[in-house]
Design a protein around this ligand. Structure first.
Ligand SMILES: Cc1ncc(COP(=O)(O)O)c(C=O)c1O
Length: 408
């Protein structure tokens, strides 16, 4: 087993088909938003069963444009868990609205629906702003309790903007994440960042059932130009355009979109490979004292974007920190998802949060470590991670050979 080369935490699974497709687009001389974006939107919408899809240059842009199109503005309150990346909350701030944090379910790391219900009731009583939207984040690719969240949204007329940066393809009660149900206003936002389950380098997609929302997001992604203006550089496109709002520059390029189309076609195969890696990890690690493997609730399926292992510091042979150091010493990349937002200086200072305000988020953050899980990993890579986790936990410095169980 070549242990000399470091094993990165994440590597995109890019093959010859992606390379050939990008080269073809370069040869076509049409580099910016065009036919490839249109086809990527159509194919992605069909894949998740959504009526509309808008290709954008990031998930952050999709989150921002969704809230903007829904009319979220100053004085509005937007509920989310603090257990997420910077993007989810910062876009609320862009619009002058306030992110209201709600603690997580410690098992799934997702927003706790019962706590969400209480938080909405509390804010209605408190009257410091108008409860306007909720942003469920499907952490690691495990879907949030959407039925409960959609019920709360219907009861209180909240929009639902799902942060599905980790959640393609994720199945929730027999359907892929990506379709907003009847009676709920909102959108679903995906990321194609370099480490994500399908990638375009940088990129994102917004899906929605709401035509007006899709139209507004599309216009605002390109300077707030009028609908007719998008085709102004294509053959037959007119020179006329009108600026209907002060928009942004969030459009995806065709170079990126064509890569996304190839990745989309491979998404299920790549997911199956990550699921088999997760199964191999769980099979191997469940015997290690004080180490807890991620679980997926009944009735749903994970995209397995991440494999967040939890270390029970009272029972485990090594602390979370020592596990990370031990794996790093063996050349294995790890990460921590996430440092909850309320612990960061901006959110502490701006909103007066204390670390203990969200005890589940704090406790899980302190004991979590994400292991490498991506389809470009070989069986040997998986064995190497298994052996290293064992070695660090048993302090033997050598593996146990448990990696032999890794399925192909
Ligand atoms: C939960 C979550 N939301 C949003 C994003 C932002 O995605 P993008 O980089 O495509 O803007 C990320 C990216 O890491 C993420 O992890």
């Amino acid at each position: 087993m070549g242990h000399d080369q470091p094993l990165p935490f994440a590597t995109p699974d890019i093959g010859q088909p992606e390379i050939d497709a990008v080269v073809e687009v370069l040869k076509s001389r049409w580099l910016t938003t065009g036919e490839q974006c249109r086809l990527f939107e159509q194919e992605f919408a069909a894949a998740v069963g959504a009526r509309h899809a808008v290709a954008l240059n990031s998930c952050t842009a999709a989150l921002h444009l969704s809230l903007e199109a829904l009319g979220v503005a100053e004085g509005d309150l937007v509920f989310m868990s603090p257990y997420t990346f910077a993007a989810t909350a910062e876009v609320v701030g862009y619009l002058g609205a306030t992110p209201v944090f709600v603690d997580i379910d410690p098992v799934t790391l997702n927003i706790d629906a019962a706590r969400l219900r209480t938080a909405v009731a509390t804010e209605l009583q408190r009257g410091r702003g108008r409860p306007r939207a909720v942003m469920p984040v499907h952490i690691a690719g495990v879907p949030c309790a959407m039925n409960e969240i959609w019920d709360i949204a219907r009861e209180h007329d909240l929009a639902v903007v799902e942060d599905a940066a980790h959640a393609f393809p994720t199945t929730y009660r027999g359907r892929l994440i990506g379709r907003v149900p009847d009676g709920v206003a909102g959108a679903v936002c995906f990321s194609f960042y370099a480490t994500k389950t399908i990638t375009t380098g940088e990129g994102g997609m917004l899906t929605t059932e709401d035509e007006a929302l899709a139209d507004r997001a599309r216009s605002m992604s390109l300077h707030g130009l009028s609908r007719q203006a998008w085709t102004r550089y294509s053959t037959g496109g007119g020179w006329q355009y009108d600026i209907v709002a002060a928009g942004y520059k969030y459009n995806l390029t065709d170079v990126a979109a064509v890569m996304g189309r190839v990745q989309l076609g491979r998404a299920e195969k790549m997911r199956a490979r990550r699921a088999s890696i997760a199964a191999a990890y769980t099979d191997a690690f469940r015997e290690i004292e004080g180490v807890e493997c991620p679980t997926v609730p009944a009735g749903v399926d994970s995209a397995w974007h991440l494999y967040p292992l939890r270390v029970d510091q009272s029972r485990a042979a090594v602390s979370r920190g020592a596990l990370i150091e031990g794996l790093t010493a063996r050349g294995i990349g790890t990460s921590v998802h996430f440092i909850p937002l309320h612990l960061h200086s901006y959110y502490r200072e701006r909103y007066g949060h204390q670390p203990a305000d969200f005890p589940n988020a704090l406790a899980e953050f302190e004991r979590v470590v994400s292991l490498p899980i991506y389809s470009a990993m070989s069986d040997q890579d998986v064995e190497r991670v298994v052996d290293a986790v064992y070695a660090v936990n048993t302090r033997t410095g050598t593996g146990t050979g448990n990696g032999g169980r890794v399925p192909g």
